[in-house]
Design a binder for this molecule. Structure first.
Ligand code: LLP
Length: 414
């Protein structure tokens, strides 16, 4: 689904990637509409019969065409800034299906979210709850709140994307969360609706997720005994994908395990998947410009860099890199590196590939945390984004121009 090789040529749905690169240039992100729809459908399928909401984590890929596609398939959204909220609204998403996560929500962000009527604030500290109470009081509304619990479990993922350990900045430890919830019930403009957690990303083992769930359930039961009724549990995102040979849990298995753990409790479920919806629905196309041999390495110098796709440089993430069509060169080991002036600017190391100058490469698994993490470092305009729907390509983001980059900068007066 989405990206397939036909006679050794890479196709995005019905279109040859070489033709896409010809038309839109490189580097260029290419997404498959069908692939993202299918990934979301797995969640819907597994949750049939429950009261639930799948809130796609906007941060994973926030292009408004992506949000529009998912909104049309019934997705809600997990946002972490008012900017993401405006994207959801611009994409036609329903604010009533939005949950707002993040450790620093400014009062103006809270105000806007309350005005458009979001589903829930995932509150991450006592101080934040106080500010939300006062913003909601100003507007004379009640803010729906879920408290983000930090369950202190080791998600077993890269330390930079592990979020559920006591030492992390996220959420509130269980004891403190209980106290916070009690306090919240006394606040006039706060309405407690749920508990949530998100323990990390690219999880390939579901046991930490289920451990965290058990802790939330203990809290739900204890709160119930105190007369505080929790309506929903939001288990965050985190399900990993296969980039190489990882074996992440199937969404269906994970959700079946969650449903079983709930027993007969009357709880709605919210999930905030990002990566598992879009990672494998996107590739980054980049062209080899030069080949360069040194005593130590063979370098393929390509036109995408760490500013376009930072995951290898930042997390030493391994992503699959393949030529999009065959050529006659002898396969050998290459370091695939970009134009940015940093030794950390690599996309892949020691990859066995048949390359020539002009070869088009596809970086697979680039649909999540790809374009959204790109920057203008080295004054490099950000890449174009194209969505493929069957045999039709849609330019969903124009390539930036140098003019775009200089806009808003000013010289000093003479
Ligand atoms: N909910 C919350 C509160 C989150 O912080 C995140 C991701 C998600 C949901 C979505 O998690 P997912 O289903 O995508 O794992 N840039 C990193 C990943 C950072 C994830 C941050 N939080 C990477 O490229 O690996």
């Amino acid at each position: 689904m989405g990206f397939t090789y036909r006679n050794e040529r890479l196709f995005a749905e019905e279109l040859d990637c070489e033709a896409i690169a010809e038309e839109y240039g490189t580097p260029c992100y290419v997404y498959s509409r069908a692939a993202m729809e299918a990934a979301l459908a797995q969640y819907h399928q597994a949750l049939k019969g429950c009261e639930y909401l799948v809130c796609y984590a906007v941060k994973a890929n926030s292009n408004i065409a992506v949000l529009d596609t998912l909104a049309r398939c019934g997705a809600g959204f997990d946002i972490v800034s008012v900017g993401e909220l405006e994207r959801v609204l611009a994409a036609g998403g329903d604010p009533g299906k939005v949950v707002f996560s993040g450790v620093v929500k400014r009062p103006d962000e809270m105000r806007r979210a309350l005005q458009v009527g979001i589903r829930c604030f995932n509150v991450e500290s006592a101080a934040e709850l106080e500010v939300l109470q006062s913003v909601a009081a100003e507007l004379n509304v009640r803010a729906p709140v879920s408290v983000r619990v930090n369950p202190d479990v080791d998600a077993g993922t890269h330390p930079y994307i592990s979020t559920g350990l006591r030492e992390n900045k996220f959420g509130v430890a269980t004891d403190a969360a209980m106290a916070l919830l009690r306090r919240a019930t006394t606040m006039e403009n706060i309405h407690i609706t749920g508990l949530d957690c998100h323990i990390g990303s690219q999880l390939v083992d579901m046991s930490p997720l289920l451990d965290a769930l058990q802790q939330l359930l203990l809290m739900v039961d204890a709160l119930q005994a105190e007369g505080i009724h929790i309506r929903h549990l939001d288990l965050g995102g985190g399900i990993g994908v296969r980039y190489r040979d990882e074996e992440p849990p199937a969404v269906a298995d994970y959700i079946a395990a969650v449903r079983e753990a709930l027993g007969d409790r009357d709880l709605g479920l919210v999930f905030e998947p990002g990566r598992s919806i879009v990672a494998n629905a996107g590739v980054l196309l980049t062209r080899v410009h030069y080949l360069k041999e040194t005593d130590a390495h063979s370098f393929a110098l390509v036109d995408a860099a760490m500013n376009d796709f930072i995951r290898p440089a930042l997390y030493q993430a391994w992503v699959d890199i393949q030529a999009t069509s065959p050529n006659d060169a002898e396969p050998r080991l290459w370091n695939i590196v970009g134009p940015v002036c940093e030794t950390g600017d690599f996309l892949g190391k020691d990859r066995e590939l048949a390359l020539a100058s002009g070869t088009l490469l596809a970086i697979h698994g680039a649909g999540a945390y790809g374009f959204v993490m790109s920057s203008n470092y080295n004054t490099r305009p950000r890449a174009a984004e194209v969505m493929i729907d069957g045999n039709k390509p849609y330019l969903i983001r124009e390539r930036e121009t140098i003019g775009d980059l200089l806009r808003g900068e000013h010289r000093l007066p003479q």
